[in-house]
Write a protein that binds this ligand. Structure first.
Ligand code: AMP
Ligand code: MG
Length: 335
């Protein structure tokens, strides 16, 4: 009997450690105007507070509406000291603005604000107002370096198009440092996978139907981000019945209408995926396809306003269209 006790204890110990690895844990919180939901395996039980704090700290630096954020101060005073993190983010976002030739433009904020997307008090600005605003858009006029940034008069910066992609990577790092080997972080439009599911199969995520309530299909995800930009996320219908959404073409100051209603970008770098999903939405189908062909360092799903789903070749056999869906799926040719 005496000898049996340690064996029983050992067994109990092994069982608890196995079950704690297998048990799904969750962390749900609200940040950046978004309901964020995380499921993970391994690591400590209650990660909610830690993740929420990290998200809130980033929001405190970047928010355009919180008066004392670094970005709000930059927008108000035309000059501000930046923390290392904000400087890194702004520099990374500006690189993407250049790479996308201004389809992504961190200075589009005066337009976003004029259409009422910041406050929810939606309106259609008149042509004169838009013309004035377009004259104050141009990422090339932002100077950043040495722990500070500066803007010309009337210019304003908004990192909303890349912040959640960056946050996904940041929260994933926190979880990994705490011993989590398997997690799925849903940050509303940005999904980040850590590892794969505990059974060794990849995470599978659903891509929302931008024109309805359902989904257009699912795809596997391992240690990557899938960032989606969609017209359906924030929009209003104006007096003429036209849908006006929150993704703005920096060249015109009007909501981007280039034939796409949703863009998903899949890749290793969250900030890049998030920035590119917004930029490709602005570029439209043809330009997005050429942009992809010149790089091929990410995967993408484009949903067109005429009912097509275009996928990059790397997703062929991976993306599983929803059964009975009315969309037709095409694989983008290599040239
Ligand atoms: P996302 O949901 O990642 O596509 O980001 C959209 C948000 O980025 C909007 O709510 C705006 O705050 C901002 N935004 C809209 N259009 C652009 C643009 N062309 N370039 C950069 N930021 C944009
Ligand atoms: Mg984005």
């Amino acid at each position: 009997m005496k000898k049996l006790i340690p064996a029983v204890l050992l067994l109990a110990l092994v069982l608890t450690s196995c079950s704690s690895l297998r048990a799904e844990k969750t962390a749900d919180f609200f940040a950046m105007d978004t309901y964020m939901s995380v499921k993970y395996y391994g690591g400590p039980d209650g990660e909610s507070e830690k993740l929420e704090t990290a998200a809130a700290e980033l929001e405190k630096k970047l928010s355009v509406t919180k008066e004392d954020s670094e970005i709000a101060r930059l927008n108000r005073d035309g000059r501000a000291k930046l923390s290392g993190e904000t400087e890194k983010l702004l520099t990374g976002a500006l690189d993407l603005c250049r790479e996308t030739e201004g389809a992504l433009d961190v200075t589009v904020y005066p337009a976003v604000r004029a259409w009422g997307f910041t406050t929810g008090e939606h309106r259609v600005p008149d042509k004169d107002e838009i013309d004035g605003i377009v004259g104050k858009i141009g990422y090339g006029n932002v100077t950043v370096g040495g722990g500070e940034a500066a803007l010309p008069d009337g210019y304003m910066v908004d990192l909303g198009a890349v912040a959640k992609g960056y946050l996904g990577d940041k929260l994933a790092e926190i979880l990994k440092e705490d011993g989590v080997t398997s997690a799925l972080l849903d940050l509303g439009g940005n999904i980040r996978a850590v590892g794969e599911k505990p059974d060794g199969s990849p995470w599978r995520i659903a891509v929302r139907d931008p024109a309805g309530d359902g989904v257009i299909g699912t795809l596997p995800l391992r240690d990557e981000t899938a960032a989606t930009s969609g017209g359906y996320e924030r929009y209003f219908v104006d007096e003429d019945g036209e849908i006006r959404w929150h993704i703005i073409d920096p060249a015109t100051g009007y909501p981007a209408k280039a034939g796409l209603i949703s863009v998903t970008v899949i890749g290793k770098d969250g900030l890049r995926c998030d920035g590119l999903s917004t930029a490709l939405f602005v570029m439209g189908r043809e330009k997005s396809v050429s942009f992809w062909r010149e790089r091929r360092d990410f995967e993408m799903i484009l949903v067109t306003d005429d009912g097509k789903i275009l996928i990059s070749p790397g997703l062929s056999g991976m993306f599983e269209p929803e059964k009975g869906s009315s969309y037709s799926v095409e694989v983008i040719g290599n040239d």
